[in-house]
Write a protein that binds this ligand. Structure first.
Ligand code: GLN
Length: 542
């Protein structure tokens, strides 16, 4: 039976619980265990799909089409285990399901309450599909003491009782601030946070304490004494040079060993950390560097492009180069002198996005990349912009645009009204709901055997994740191809354009899907590896 590890947060938010969960999973995996991670989000949205990236960072899409929290991206990047819909639950989803059941009369006249009905749903979610696992790590969003997270904490308390103490371990993450005026680290917030947690019935087994300098032994002993944990179970979590340093750093501090000890597991195999050693060697000993200009909308908030940033780093790992990312605001670009900003770039990437704002700046960067033969990578909206640019400037369709931005005489990009979904034909109307109405998740595409992308992938059948409402209009294929923009990847039924490329350009690829979601540090995505390779070549030219 799977063992459960619960990770709660205290003192402040943004302690990096998601990375901690992912790093612990990676360490347990390195010891040969089968691990999965789940995220419990206490907000009332059914999923983060309708939330602004400004508020919540990127929406991470799974193969099975779930729009989930960006922490699931960390989980997948660190473990290689593909996340699923059943790995992310929100309060909103739980309430929606309960109210649907209540309306159907499933509760047979009972009064429906937070305890037991909401807590039972949370427990059922945690316990579903865990039979083949050694460990399930559950990360609880928010901070202990929040009103929203109370039902989750209560569900964990009950689960610890239901499953027995040998089956569950609780890790609480806290902050130990340094007070400059006193010249001291302060343990009091940690003590208070643990007191809050114990008052809700959960005694943590381990404390993972974020701290910006080495934690003196005396402080460690003090925390142990006040918080009822072994001194070795107070794990200092110092800031890391890279997120990929975190697993080995925690390993050195004894995190995985203490977790196993808390479960009473004495015969655990030693971890094989060679995979992480190799990543760090490539990361910290690069043999060159390239600069990639990312022309987007949410450039002030790197979390909005989390997976993209990581995939570019992975492309660098594949080529043993450091990748500098220059975030360029597409909107400012509409006024600015485009060449002066883009000339220093070794590659230009237009990422996914929604809405018209900044689009002319994105189109101008596509034009620059095409004319100057700078490696260009367009992702989702970026591919659509590449098609509009091609239509306007190489196919003579001056009025080309997308219906996403309003009526247009040449809808080179338009609303997808029907496509073959997992359960047959899916249909959409222009005035439908915004939430959950996109073409989401993994779909296959067929590549032209002679294309650049087929050479990059090393095959002609691929599966990639999607999240879009609009598509390039296949009726314009002839006109765009005559202008040099070739449709080199299509949905298997031949209706939806998935990839475009320019054979007369050193590296010009637009994809309708999000390859960044599947890239991993130990398995960089081929498109990112190849794009960075092209940028390295470009860097030798300029
Ligand atoms: N807004 C575009 C669409 O819905 C692109 C979406 C995206 O980039 N993820 O098709």
């Amino acid at each position: 039976m799977a063992r459960f590890i619960f990770i709660t947060g205290g003192v402040v938010s943004s302690l990096g619980k998601g990375l901690m969960a992912a790093s612990l999973a990676a360490l347990l995996q390195a010891r040969g265990y089968k691990v999965r991670i789940r995220k419990f989000d206490p907000y009332l949205n059914v999923d983060p799909g309708t939330m602004s990236p400004y508020q919540h960072g990127e929406v991470y899409v799974t193969d099975d089409g779930a729009e989930t929290d960006l922490d699931l991206g960390h989980y997948e990047r660190f473990t290689g285990v593909a996340a699923r819909q059943s790995d992310n639950i929100t309060t909103g989803r739980i309430y929606r399901d309960i109210i649907t059941k209540e309306r159907r009369g499933d509760y047979l006249g009972a009064t429906v309450q937070v305890i037991p009905h909401v807590t039972n749903e949370i427990k059922a979610f945690a316990r579903a599909e865990v039979d083949d696992l050694d460990f399930l790590i559950c990360e609880i969003g928010g901070t202990v003491g929040d009103i929203e997270s109370l039902p989750f904490i209560e569900a964990i308390r009950q689960l610890r009782n239901d499953l027995g103490r040998t089956q569950t371990v609780s890790i609480h993450t806290t902050l130990i601030p340094y007070i400059a005026a006193a010249g001291e680290l302060k343990t009091k917030p940690t003590q208070h946070s643990v007191r809050d947690l114990t008052s809700l019935g959960i005694q943590p087994d381990l404390l993972l304490c974020r701290v910006d300098r080495p934690l003196p032994d005396s402080d460690r002993a003090k925390i142990a004494q006040f918080c009822n944990v072994r001194k070795e179970a107070v794990i200092p979590a110092l800031d890391a040079k890279s997120i990929y340093s975190v697993p080995l750093q925690y390993h050195r501090e004894g995190l995985d060993a203490e977790v196993l000890r808390a479960f009473g597991i004495e015969d655990a195999p030693e971890p094989d950390i060679s995979r992480w050693d190799d990543i760090l060697d490539r990361l910290f000993n690069p043999q060159g560097e390239v600069t990639i200009g990312v022309v987007g909308k949410y450039v002030g908030l790197p979390d909005a492009y989390k997976s993209l940033t990581e995939a570019l780093v992975h492309g660098g790992l594949a080529n043993r180069v450091k990748v500098n990312i220059k975030w360029l605001d597409a909107e400012l670009f509409e006024e600015a002198d485009v060449p002066s900003h883009l000339e220093p770039m070794h590659g230009i990437l237009v990422p996914g996005g929604f809405g018209e704002r900044g689009s002319e700046g994105k189109i101008a960067s596509v034009q620059f990349a095409r004319e100057r033969k700078v490696p260009f990578f367009g992702i989702c909206l970026g591919m659509q912009m590449a098609c509009i640019e091609g239509a306007r400037n190489t196919a003579g369709l001056r009025g080309a645009s997308t219906t996403e931005f309003g009526d247009t005489e040449e809808p080179v990009v338009g609303l997808i009204t029907e496509w073959m979904g997992k359960e047959g034909l899916e249909k959409r109307a222009a005035n439908g709901d915004l939430g959950g109405t996109m073409r989401l998740g993994a779909y296959e595409a067929t590549l032209d055997g002679n294309s650049h992308v087929a050479a990059i992938y090393g095959g002609t059948r691929i599966s990639e994740r999607h999240r879009h409402r609009y598509e390039v209009n296949a009726h314009y294929k002839g006109a765009l191809e005559a202008g040099g923009l070739i449709f080199s990847g299509m949905s298997p039924d031949g209706t939806l354009p998935e990839i475009v490329e320019r054979p007369d350009h050193p590296w010009f690829v637009g994809v309708q899907f999000h390859p960044e979601l599947k890239s991993k540090p130990f398995d960089p995505h081929p498109l990112f590896a190849s794009f960075i390779e092209a940028a390295v070549k470009q860097s030798r030219l300029v």
